[in-house]
Design a protein around this ligand. Structure first.
Ligand SMILES: Nc1nc2c(ncn2[C@@H]2O[C@H](COP(=O)(O)OP(=O)(O)OP(=O)(O)O)[C@@H](O)[C@H]2O)c(=O)[nH]1
Ligand SMILES: [Mg+2]
Length: 350
């Protein structure tokens, strides 16, 4: 399925039904009073974060959504039926922003659907009009007046999906990010021996010991200059913005443009520079350095050299191989601890 993370949404709630103007006409009841019923309320448009949708693709085909109108009131004090609400299912992590259609300008955040099941009424249905029976008073026994129904709310919004995950996998193309997520979760993204295999983000749920689980996001690879549009750019970084920890993958078998073994510390810094271009906040997110493809490293000395160099900078370093499984259980354990520790801290801070 095509992954789309931005779309325009146009909503209109239903109009309230008109109130009825009517007088009781019955045999043997000469001066029947007013008996016009109220109009039904218009249906509302409700948004809900739901697991059954992963992308905003549907909104490319159907940007416009309309709830039902309320029915008119009737004689004999019969109220009109309310219009039907509609519930629009959106992927978890969808942010709804104001949108100026004519100037293609995105405005303030209206709601962030950052929890499953979270609901928000984006357009309230119009109130039904009161029928003339409502206006009967001691001084006005026969009101002629009945109200029209109110218009429903309308609006144009920009939907922007920002995935919700605990851990973000970041790194140069081909570093082994997708291979890692497929090794530690049920996610099965495409894996291949060329850069930019991953074109859209993938999510995977990782089960750790003790019944703990966390969500990992694998995103397209980053290269130096990505913030200026090189490669696939940096727009996908929005999908790791909400993560608590970034696992920064560096391929131990990575060769530079001249075919020599790359200086992974330099590469690490240049990728972090791109993160900083995206947002200062993301650049300061906690990172775990993950040296990948240990099985393909030219020598154990090379592995140790980088472990020591990153450690000397006070960074947490892990050596893994998604092929042999080396270091994988330890990495899962470390990530699970980080993620749950963070959650505990958040609870304690309240
Ligand atoms: N030897 C070895 N090869 C690996 C390992 N992990 C991944 N690979 C290989 O490296 C290549 C790239 O792997 P991917 O997982 O597609 O890399 P990626 O980081 O997702 O790449 P992009 O999606 O292009 O950013 C594939 O040919 C994998 O089979 C590993 O631990 N050892
Ligand atoms: Mg990939």
């Amino acid at each position: 399925m095509k992954f789309i993370d931005e779309a325009v949404l146009e909503v209109s709630a239903g109009k309230g039904g008109p109130g009825c103007r009517s007088f009781r006409r019955e045999k043997f009841v000469p001066l029947g009073g007013p008996d016009g019923g109220n109009g039904g309320r218009g249906g509302s448009v409700i948004l809900r974060a739901d697991t059954s949708v992963q992308t905003l693709l549907d909104f490319k085909f159907q940007p416009s959504w309309q709830a039902g109108n309320g029915e008119g009131g009737q004689g004999a004090r019969k109220d009109g039926r309310a219009g039907e609400d509609i519930v629009i299912k959106l992927p978890l992590g969808t942010q709804v922003l104001k949108y100026d259609n004519e100037n293609s300008a995105v405005g303030e955040l209206v709601v962030d659907l950052d929890e499953l099941g979270k609901e928000f009424t984006i357009a309230q249905g119009g109130r039904g009009g009161k029928g003339n029976s409502f206006f009967k008073t001691s001084t006005n026994q026969a009101p002629e007046h009945a109200q029209p129904g109110e218009e429903g709310e309308k609006g144009v919004y920009m939907l922007s999906l920002k995935l919700v995950a605990h851990v973000g996998l970041v790194g140069f193309p081909n570093a082994g990010k997708s291979t890692l997520i497929s090794r530690i979760s049920a996610a099965r993204p495409k894996i291949a021996d060329y850069p930019f295999t991953t074109l859209v983000p993938n999510l995977g749920v990782v089960q750790a010991k003790g019944g703990r689980s966390f969500v990992v996001a694998d995103i397209p690879g980053l290269i130096p200059g990505a913030s200026e549009g090189k490669g696939l750019g940096i727009r996908f970084l929005k999908h790791v913005e909400r993560t608590r920890v970034i696992a920064h993958l560096l391929d131990l078998a990575h060769l530079d443009e001249d075919g020599n073994e790359a200086d992974l510390e330099q590469l690490f810094d240049s990728i972090n520079h791109e993160l900083a271009q995206f947002s200062e906040e993301l650049a300061h997110r906690e990172q775990l350095v993950v040296l990948s493809k240990a099985d393909a490293a030219s020598s154990p000395e090379r592995v140790n050299e980088f472990v020591e160099r990153f450690k000397a900078r006070g960074l947490d370093v892990h050596v893994i191989s998604s092929v042999t499984g080396q270091g994988i259980p330890e990495l899962i354990e470390k990530l699970a601890t980080r993620v749950t520790l963070e959650a505990d801290n958040a609870v304690n801070a309240q």
